[in-house]
Ligand binder design. Sequence first.
Ligand SMILES: [Zn+2]
Length: 727
Amino acid sequence: MAKSMCRAVGALVLAIAFLFPSAISVGAQADRGIAGFAPVRVEAELAREQKLRAIPDAAHAESNLRHITSEPHLAGTEGSHRLAEWLRDQYRSYGFDAEIVSYSVWLPQAREVKLELKTPNTITLGTPEQPIEIDKDTYNKDAVMAFNAYAPSADVTAPVIYVNYGTQEDYRALEAMGISVEGKIAIARYGRCYRGIKTKLAEEHKAVGLVLYSDPQDDGYSAGDAFPRGPWRPMSGIQRGSVQYTQIYPGDPLTPGVGSTANAKRLAPADAKNLPRIPTMPINAQDATAILENLGGPHVPHSWQGALPFTYHIGPGDAVAHMKLVMDYQQRPIYDVIAKLHGTNDGEWVVLGNHHDAWVYGAVDPGSGTATMLETARALGELVRSGWKPQRTILMCEWDGEEPGLIGSTEWVEANRAELQAKAVAYINTDVAVAGPNFTASATPSLSGLVRDAARAVQGPHSAGSVYDAWLEHAKRGQTELSGIARTQGGSEKMGEAPVDALGAGSDFCPFLDFAGIPSIDTGFVGDYGVYHSLYDDFYWMKTFGDPTFAYHATLAKVLGTVALRLDEADVLPFDYAVYAAAITRATNDVISRANQLGIQDATTQAVADASARLTASAAHVAQALQRSGYASFDAATENRINHELVSVEQALLAPGGLVGRPWYKHTIYAPGSYAGYAAEVLPGVNEALDRDDAATFQQEAAALAAALSRASVRLDEVAQLANASK
Ligand SMILES: [Zn+2]
């Protein structure tokens, strides 16, 4: 789905002294050890990793992507089913035990999407994307018309109001200007936040419809040369996408919290809380020009002016728009592919995943991730052929129905929650995996060190240094914020390290982390990418702009393989809870001072402060105990128990009843924002209560948070005790 859209915002540089030199040359790690490995096993692990990293290959990745993008494969169509079967067969050919798991879900297809402007002359809009001669794939008649998944059927006619990005802030500005969208059709540009949030806000402000368009300022000619001359969005390019209210819950709208199995109890569509009630449609900049040029009313505030060549007005003026949507909603099958490489210990799983369904061809989103995962799988399969047996079982999952609303992953996680919580040690996602040369990673803080270590172990494709070196270099040049985390006792996170972000919303890690409490990672290479969710996100784009040599695909396959091997083979799982506790403490300090400013200073804020201090102490004890043990002195049963407890810390952070108002979201530390961004909302329950000035909910959420932190401390204390007892 979407992680590249926050690109423009993060150009903040922290002036941080680089206390620790980063240069640890590839392969010189043996004397340093590997987090979680007994010293006697380090050498064998490094040899195994080296063998694995020699296998992924650019030519293979390219031919994978050529196949994956050979036809459009929207969820719920035969193209998607065919791709799932091919993927299953590929995994089988690498030695995996692979099968298709199908769910029947409530899924729309578009029959008619119509937009007209009456000025009073009628202008017909809704123009499709233009084929481009040099790129023959753009002529395919099977490319789906542009629509927003989960928009309802509707037929509305109303004057139009421009709402900038359609964020909460934008509506506040409109209110200050005395302008309302009630009874009007709103037109919003893409960017700043998830389109389902834009739709929810338009609905709450009583608009009767919403038109979404791509302004060239955001991902078109203002950013750089437009396709086919460059990688940015051409005037005719349209960003399709879901408007499902995944911020309330993702997945099949009719089965929140349970898998969409044959016997599942299904809601009536009218009762589904994640379905928008107003029509929306996506259009290109060309069509937006016709609408925006014809708006009357006041000039827009300076920051609302986009890059189209005229002065924007807010509206309404004389122009009236007519939107007609005919959607065909039905129970439709989706096809997940679940491939297993069985380990000695089938009771512990390392899970990797990406979706396979695409809006059209999806070369970047999601094909680059799938092409890469296949190379990782091939490498793991070759290790098995040469005599290795994984310690833990490795699952590689290809989800269907991600684009309409994270459906394939959500249904599978919901259907298998108990087993996953008992067995899965981590989930590694790689959506929008290769769109350029810049490595990026988000993760639960406990896993940030593992991601950095893996990036240090892999040679960069075009430089002498490692992936990590280039990542840090890029961060230093000010493209992204460096990690500002002070060194914590026993923790590995240092000032000036390459940044690992919090996990936000927008891809398949969401059900794993937010619903099931499985520690998660999302990673890939980003870059100049303006064809997101358009017809032009195809093989030609990738071959010409994204990764012409496919070197970044091969490199990412090595990073994923290294992460998977370390999780698979570690004696003690390499989870750094000192880093996690430090991140939580920073967040609780922030929220407590916010609450104090609002006049809330009582037993609940004190309970949060106490619980977070206790968590920090417990995490430090674990770090000390494990360090002392050298990971070497545990018998198999103790090791199992320690690992089980370490994994369960993340689950302890779930609130059984979920967040107030959106009980599907159970994680007390991370959730997608209800109204803000694609970024993670940290401490979502308490922070959103403060946003709403809702003291009663704040108390309730603060109590749930303190309880969750205390549960996590109990788990960590158990680990420390086990580790100390077996000295
Ligand atoms: Zn995606």
